[in-house]
Ligand binder design. Sequence first.
Ligand code: NCD
Length: 304
Amino acid sequence: MRHLMNPLDFTVEELEKLFDLAADIEANPAKYAHVCAGKKLATCFYEPSTRTRLSFEAAMLNLGGQVLGFSDAASSSAAKGESVSDTIRIVSCYADICAMRHPKEGAPMVAASRSRIPVINAGDGGHQHPTQTLTDLLTIRSLKGKLGGFTIGLCGDLKFGRTVHSLINALIRYPDIHFIFISPPELKVPDYITDMLTEKGISYKEVIRLEDCMPDLDLLYMTRVQKERFFNEEDYVRLKDFYILDKDKLSAAKQDMLVLHPLPRVNEISVEVDDDPRAVYFKQAQYGVYVRMALILTLLEIEV
Ligand code: NCD
C-alpha cells in the first residue's frame, strides 16, 4: 500500500505516468465516470481549505465514488483530545483512501504509519503540500509542453509557504531549471533548501524586487504571505503587501511567461491581471481536479 507524503515519493517516471493519466482524464472524462463506484474518500482537514478539500471531493465524485469527512478540527474528536493515530484507525474502517491536512508538520506521516488505507498529505504546516505540487507540475507540463528548461521565479512567503517547499523539491529532478527566489529578507527560503541546491549544483539567485528579474522569467509562482504561521501580527502587517503584481509590472515580462498561484490570493496579484492570457491560476485549480483523480486511481490501484 502506498501513501503520498512528499512529491519525491513518486519517481519522475511514475509522475509521467500520473500526468499522462490526468491528461487522458481531461480528454475523456466519461471513460472514468464510474470507475470508483463503491469506493469512499475521507477528507480529514484540521486546517482551513477551499481548493484542496473540494477538489479532492470533486475528484472522487467525478470517478463515481463517494466522500465523507470533516473540514474543521473543532467539529472532529480532535477537539476532545483524540490523536491523529487513533482517528486514522477509525477512518480506515469507514473509507478506502484518506486526504489529510494538518497544521503540524509530519502529522499525516504519523497517520500513514497507523493507517490501513492510503493516506495523502494535503498540506502539513509549513512543510509540504505534494498534491499542490502535482497540480503545479501538470499545469506547467500541459501549458508549456515540458517540464524542465526554464527559469522560474518564486515570489512572496518563501519561508512559511509549503507549496514553494514542495515545488522546489520536485523541480530539481528536471533538467536545466534556474530558480529565482523573490522575497523580503524576513521571508527568505529556508537555509536547508538553499544548502541542498548548492550541494546539488542547481542554479539559484535571491532577489528582493520583482522588477529586478521579471524579464528573465519563464514562470512566475506567486504566493500569499502565510498569516497563520506568523508569531506576531505586527510582522504580518508589515510584510503582507510587500508584493503586488499589477499590469504595469507584468508589462516587463515575456509574452509567454505564465503566472501561477496556488491560491487563495489576498493582495499579491491585482485583479486587473486576471484577464491577461499569462495569468493561469484559475486554470491551475482545474488541473488540480484531474491530477487528484489520477492520484486516487493510482493509489487505489484501479486500472482503467
Ligand atoms: C495553499 C496551502 O494551503 O498551502 N493553498 C492551497 O492548497 N491551494 C496556499 C496558501 O494557503 O497560501
